[in-house]
Design a protein around this ligand. Structure first.
Ligand code: ADP
Length: 458
């Protein structure tokens, strides 16, 4: 900022088991890629170390080349280099076949396999002569980096590195997370509100002095309604009404919904208890009662939940066939069209570390209707209740929110949204325009991470 003093360039290495789009399971994969790109764009050097799964999406890897190999942990480890989304990636392939499993997660020995990977990654960094400033690890799956580094590499040529550990979801593997917290130099989670919500957890509470929340952002190149191959008419805030109308028409015709101009509620989510399944179901019926349309895109890892939603889909298709569609699978292109078409995006999560869905929705001018928890609380400001809180962040209110966990709670937010759509359309269209112009990219959070990296080195 002041112009004369240039911050020194950082060398950052992420050790991660997910990276979008080559090995993406959830938000962790998106964050590793988009945070790395944002840090690289600021002029720092970033590398990602990833297992070389047999199920990588190889068409997204450029210049994949086998470079060398080393013997460690009773096996030969082959080292490959490649470029993913403009980022240099090192893929480690142990010849014991640990990552030839056809999946990222889902084997009984996941903990053992990822522990092995973390250790191999540190060993590779040491042997390659790299001297990173920051080694950044994520969630339970690369948590072991934190203590392995301190216990086994602190006296080595890697000694100058500092370890940063980020929690993307505390639900998974609390025991490992507590240990990683204890050994890391700095620890973060993905929003301020989630940081305070989990501050009493025994894995976190002893380490609050090195812990903070930095919200995630979205990659504006990937989520750009002005340049999106999956929607019919490019649009920006200047022609949002026209762009969304065309997208709605296309979605309705693709899914066989009635081509009337009704408020459309979109729901794009993993169907798990975290995401507020009972409120999702209730909101579908409430929207239909108010003559709105609903499109849900989601899949459930638990077959009982998947089955439950298949039954609901049948019910709805029989009784309200032209007003509701449940698409119970994973479909990235369809998700783009729904974000563009929907007037509202509903996210009634029971807890939400950050949430990307609401950020993407806003970028497409779809108004978020959310439960006020975690990152949803930090990014969605209610038009009736949060004017001051929004102003504190320098923005206008941008959505509808609610607090409780029962059906009347979600009704409170949804009804206000639907009424605005029916009774105050000009106001509603202005809101869509404004929301599209808000900046939910990595620009700001990337600077926060750089500051954190510098603080880790003090
Ligand atoms: P989480 O990581 O807990 O699933 P986030 O809101 O952080 O929740 O990220 C969800 C991401 O996954 C968003 O990009 C959303 O668009 C996408 N997504 C979720 N379900 C589907 C689906 N069935 N098809 C396509 N994309 C989906």
């Amino acid at each position: 900022i002041g112009g004369s003093i240039r911050e020194p360039t950082m060398k950052v290495v992420h050790i991660s088991v997910e990276m979008a789009p080559v090995a993406k399971v959830g938000g962790l994969g998106d964050v590793v890629t988009s945070l790395s790109r944002a840090i690289q764009d600021l002029g720092h050097s970033v590398e990602v170390i990833l297992p070389k799964y047999d199920c990588l999406k190889y068409n997204h890897i450029h210049n994949l080349q086998e470079k060398e190999s080393f013997f460690w942990g009773n096996t030969m480890i082959r080292v490959w280099n490649g470029t993913v989304e403009g980022l240099p990636v090192i893929f480690l392939e142990p010849e014991n076949g640990m990552f030839w499993a056809g999946c990222v997660y889902g084997r009984r020995d996941d903990g053992h396999r990822f522990g092995f990977f973390c250790h191999a990654a540190l060993e590779y960094l040491l042997r390659s002569g790299r001297r990173p400033d920051i080694i950044h690890c994520h969630d339970w799956s690369s948590a072991p980096v934190s203590w392995l580094f301190k216990e086994q590499y602190k006296q080595s040529n890697l000694a100058d590195a500092r370890v940063v550990f980020t929690i993307h979801n505390l639900e998974f593997g609390t025991a490992l997370i507590g240990k990683a917290m204890a050994f890391a130099d700095k620890a973060t989670t993905v929003s301020e509100t989630y940081a305070s919500e989990v501050s009493g957890n025994p894995a976190i509470a002893p380490h609050l002095s090195k812990f903070c929340g930095i919200r995630n952002g979205i990659d504006l190149d990937i989520w750009d309604p002005y340049n999106d191959p999956y929607i019919p008419l490019p649009y920006s805030s200047e022609n949002v009404a026209e762009g969304k109308k065309a997208a709605k028409k296309e979605l309705q015709s693709k899914l066989g919904l009635s081509q009337t101009d009704r408020p459309l509620v979109g729901i794009i989510t993993r169907l798990t208890a975290q995401k507020g399944i009972h409120l999702i179901k209730h909101a579908i019926w409430r929207t239909l009662d108010r003559n709105g349309q609903v499109v849900l895109l989601g899949s459930a890892p638990d077959p009982r939940i998947q089955n439950d939603f298949s039954n609901l889909a049948n019910d709805l298709h029989n009784s309200r066939g032209d007003m509701a569609r449940l698409c119970l699978h994973y479909d990235e292109p369809l998700s783009h069209l729904i974000y563009a078409a929907a007037d509202f995006t509903l996210i009634p999560s029971m807890f939400e570390p950050c949430g990307l869905t609401q950020l993407i929705a806003m970028r497409y001018g779809s108004i978020p209707v959310v439960r006020r928890t975690g990152g949803l609380n930090d990014t969605v400001f209610d038009v009736d209740h949060d004017r001051e809180r929004a102003a504190y962040h320098g923005i206008e209110p941008n959505g509808f929110s609610f607090d409780g966990t029962d059906p009347p709670a979600v009704d409170y937010a949804l009804n206000r949204g639907l009424s605005a759509w029916y009774d105050a359309r000009d106001w509603f269209n202005d809101l869509c325009r404004q929301v599209m112009e808000q900046d939910w990219s990595w620009n700001r959070p990337a600077l926060d991470y750089i500051e954190l990296y510098h603080n880790a080195r003090k």
